[in-house]
Design a protein around this ligand. Structure first.
Ligand SMILES: NC(=O)c1ccc[n+]([C@@H]2O[C@H](COP(=O)([O-])OP(=O)(O)OC[C@H]3O[C@@H](n4cnc5c(N)ncnc54)[C@H](OP(=O)(O)O)[C@@H]3O)[C@@H](O)[C@H]2O)c1
Length: 386
């Protein structure tokens, strides 16, 4: 099997690349990689393997320098002499930004970039499977507090919290205009956070939001909202298992499902004793987001309900040198709080039925092994590009 993978320098894509490289069935893995800041593509891939001490077989792992936004990408890949024998495409690259200031680039990469890969893939003589890494959150913001099945999406009429999920949903629809159903495998991870193994995660994506909540301690979310969170190693193993399994479906959630779901309360209880000098976690209503922002602008009304939490306000005075920091943090965190509040979990019975991967460990269990990384995260930098 010859695989062409995109996004292999990313959080999930890096795990997928390393896991795939260990499979005997795989002959070559061609990786579309952007050369960044003068760094050669192969050096970027070496870093992916080096992170956890994995061996990179340079005869097997071959960088293809390129960018999804490149206008001539289809021609460039079509005329590349090494790529004619590719039979599996694994498209993991995407722009996952939640902030609306990135909407244009999100559209460029998640829609036009995908179309370029599809136009090229469609011409491949031996293409067997196009694996599209989607996201379970394409179900939109109208479904709340229940388990969601694969067949409920894509639904073009649902509303989205952010452009990112809207483009990922449209991506699934576009796939079907290029390829027949039997060549399509859509995997939809839920929320990927951290790693269940006791080592530094490949990325602090999503984990930064937990770090921000851990810093704030007064948290405007429902403590019992169900959270479908999986570690990156489980997400990767699930996707690779599906790629090699006898599949009955073309779309699969890769998720915790209701059985392994977590909640803000359980996740914070799992980490709180690592940070004994902070005030206890206190969950308050969403309406206090506005009050918190007013506090950060020094415009809080004297009779605001936020004044009922003097311990937390004094603590914020101590930890935020500049109240602007809290505004930045809240600005980045708000879309995450919106997602958490939806209380969505994603049915994983297809994945459990067609693979032997089993259930993931709940986030409030595996995060105990990573709690000590939370304070190493630059949450303000993360909040600027959430
Ligand atoms: N993280 C989650 O919680 C989550 C949950 C569900 C689904 N997903 C899906 O999983 C996939 C991977 O997400 P992730 O968290 O691994 O994202 P990530 O860490 O941000 O990685 C994104 C990858 O895409 C590449 N990429 C972005 N723009 C590109 C371009 N113009 N040309 C070529 N490559 C480009 C990046 O390359 P550079 O290194 O050069 O930037 C990087 O390798 C996405 O499809 C996402 O929708 C993620």
């Amino acid at each position: 099997m010859n695989v062409f993978i995109t996004g292999s320098t990313g959080f999930l894509g890096g795990e997928l690349l390393v896991d795939l490289s260990k499979r005997k069935e795989v002959d070559k893995i061609f990786c579309l990689v952007r050369a960044k800041a003068g760094e050669k593509a192969i050096d970027r891939l070496k870093k992916v393997f080096d992170l956890h001490g994995d061996f990179i077989d340079e005869k097997k792992i071959i960088p293809i320098e390129g960018d999804l936004t490149q206008n001539d990408l289809v021609e460039y890949l079509s005329t590349h002499k090494l790529l004619g024998d590719v039979n599996v495409i694994l498209h993991s690259a995407a722009d996952t930004n939640f902030s609306s200031i990135y909407d244009d680039i999100v559209e460029q990469i998640n829609i036009h970039g995908l179309e370029r890969i599809l136009k090229w893939g469609k011409q491949l003589k031996n293409l067997e499977t196009f694996t599209y890494v989607g996201t379970a959150t394409i179900c939109g913001m109208d479904i709340k507090n229940r388990v969601i099945k694969e067949d409920e999406s894509p639904n073009e009429s649902v509303k989205h919290l952010v452009k990112y999920t809207q483009t990922k949903m449209r991506g699934e629809i576009i796939l079907h205009t290029y390829l027949p159903e039997e060549k399509i495998l859509i995997v939809r991870p839920s929320i990927i956070m951290g790693d269940s193994r006791p080592w530094v995660p490949r990325s602090y994506v999503i984990m930064w939001a937990l770090a921000a909540i851990n810093l704030l301690r007064l948290v405007p979310i429902n403590p019992n909202a169900q959270l479908d969170i999986i570690p990156v190693d489980y997400a990767s193993k699930g996707i690779i298992a599906l790629l090699f399994s006898k599949r009955k479906y073309s779309v699969y959630h890769v998720s915790s499902g209701a059985e392994s779901a977590s909640s803000p309360l359980k996740a914070t209880q799992a980490i709180e004793h690592y940070f004994p000098h902070r005030p206890e976690f206190n969950f308050v209503g969403r309406e206090l987001i506005r009050e918190i922002k007013l506090w950060a602008r020094k415009k809080l009304n004297g009779n605001s309900v936020l004044k009922n939490y003097p311990e937390h306000l004094n603590y914020w005075d101590d930890i935020f040198d500049d109240a602007t920091d809290l505004r930045i943090l809240m600005g980045g965190l708000e879309p995450y709080l919106d997602f958490i509040e939806l209380g969505q979990t994603f049915d994983n019975s297809r994945l459990l039925e067609d693979t032997n991967i089993g259930l993931p460990e709940p986030a409030h269990e595996y995060m105990k092994r990573s709690a000590h990384y939370l304070d190493k995260i630059d949450i303000f930098a993360a909040a600027l590009a959430p």
